[in-house]
Design a protein around this ligand. Structure first.
Ligand code: C2E
Ligand code: CA
Ligand code: CA
Length: 409
């Protein structure tokens, strides 16, 4: 590998080195990255006529050059190394990736603060009010369309947050329960609770639409707590008719931000006299594998207190087998996409068989998701799946109908 030994110093991975006195960048250079100072000091200066005006002297841990990264405009000051310095580089691509993943309100704040700051800066330099671009995606000039879209996205996100909050206050949410059948005995094993939103204007809103939004703005924490509490109450009622093996509850990755989550779960369920062994927590494979080390720690906390854990949508999330073995998982839910394709497609059939074999060898039981025909059910039984949950048995049902289902089954 060759390092670029130009005036910019030489780079190695994400770091750059400069000697004392080196210019890191000059005013009006085009800039593609920001820097964090790992070692040494950096002077930021600007020129007024023939005079050099020192604006700041920065040291370890401080950030500079960020303006060019945010809006791709030329450098507005000169950065000089005061000592031999080591800098960590944050490229525009890396920054944009992070920004894309951030919330629209945060994005709008960032744009506004930047534009105002630049106007103040321009006025101080006697350049008068400047119009600065909001367009951080494109390198081209001002772009009102992007401004409109950015504002619109923010307004939409805030509106949505308000209606979600109002929905929680006005009890527009309801839990449905989908039966899970034990294929070995043909009896009801339990239910999975699935949230529904009856919006006064929009009508029925799918959880696939509002759960990701609630995860983004953090409202999933109170909403998830509500789901847990309602599910526990429902389990208690179900148990009075027939003792179930479990009730499954979906837990979103973002809910784990709440450090006291397991304590809240324990307290609520034990106050109702429910054994944690009956409350199965479903976590999707993709969430688990996003940060396996952290997931293991969190799951152990729940597992240690007796909550069984199911890995949801298995087959869609690129599991590392060594991690899979180290998580305290008792149930694997085979994703519906494989189950619904298995009779038409040999590959999918082999995947279902393969996942079943894998789960059993790891001492997990299996729930096959989404069988819609008797024939699929028969094959799942032959493969040795312990449980099935799909429309062929029942769609998710409101509480009253779920109780009827237990009584009639
Ligand atoms: P999921 O956890 O994989 O739930 C199973 C989904 O598959 C449910 O969709 C269910 O109605 C549907 N399903 C079950 N059997 C069949 C079938 O035979 N055919 C077809 N076509 N679909 C079937 P639903 O209720 O729309 O939920 C979608 C997703 O929203 C859930 O997927 C889950 O990821 C999420 N979700 C639902 N409720 C909650 C909740 O309380 N908390 C969290 N964090 N996520 C939830
Ligand atoms: Ca689930
Ligand atoms: Ca699933």
């Amino acid at each position: 590998m060759q390092f670029n030994q130009s005036t910019l110093g030489h780079s190695q991975d994400y770091k750059q080195y400069f000697r004392a006195g080196d210019i890191i960048f000059r005013e009006s250079d085009s800039g593609k990255c920001a820097y964090i100072i790992k070692r040494g000091r950096v002077q930021i200066s600007t020129e007024e006529g023939d005079d050099k005006v020192v604006l700041a002297e920065l040291s370890e841990g401080e950030l500079f050059g960020e303006m060019a990264v945010i809006d791709d405009s030329p450098r507005w000051a000169t950065a000089t190394a005061l000592d031999d310095v080591v800098l960590i580089i944050i490229t525009r691509d890396v920054f944009l990736n992070h920004l894309e993943g951030s919330e629209s309100v945060v994005r709008m704040f960032l744009h506004t603060i930047l534009a105002r700051f630049k106007n103040v800066h321009a006025q101080l330099l006697g350049l008068g009010e400047q119009q600065h671009t909001w367009d951080i995606k494109n390198t081209g000039g001002r772009n009102n369309q992007t401004l409109d879209q950015s504002v619109q996205a923010t307004v939409d996100a805030l509106k949505f947050e308000q209606s979600l909050l109002k929905g929680m206050e006005n009890e527009e949410f309801e839990l449905y329960f989908q039966p899970v059948i034990d294929l070995r005995t043909d009896r009801i094993a339990g239910f999975e609770s699935l949230i529904r939103w009856n919006h006064p204007r929009r009508g029925f809103v799918s959880p696939l639409d509002f759960i990701p939004m609630a995860e983004q703005n953090g409202l999933i924490v109170p909403l998830g707590q509500w789901v847990f509490e309602q599910s526990c109450k429902a389990l208690k009622e179900f148990n009075q008719i027939q003792e179930l093996q479990f009730l499954s509850i979906n837990v979103s990755g973002r809910q784990f931000i709440d450090a006291g989550l397991h304590e809240k779960f324990i307290k609520f369920s034990s106050d109702l006299g429910l054994a944690p062994q009956k409350i199965k927590l479903e976590i999707t494979e993709s969430i688990l594998m996003e940060n396996p080390e952290e997931s293991r720690k969190l799951l152990n906390r729940f597992g240690d207190h007796g909550f069984p854990i199911a890995i949801d949508d298995f087959g869609t999330g690129y599991s590392s087998l060594s991690y899979l073995n180290s998580f305290p998982i008792s149930t694997m839910k085979i994703d519906r996409s494989f189950v619904s394709a298995m009779l038409k497609d040999k590959g999918s059939m082999n995947i279902v068989r393969g996942i079943a074999g894998l789960a059993h060898s790891l001492d997990m039981d299996i729930v096959a998701e989404g069988p819609e025909t008797e024939e699929e059910l028969k094959v799942l039984r032959e493969i040795g799946c312990e449980y099935a949950q799909g429309y062929v048995i029942s769609k998710p049902l409101p509480m009253k109908q779920a109780i009827e289902f237990i009584k009639d089954y």
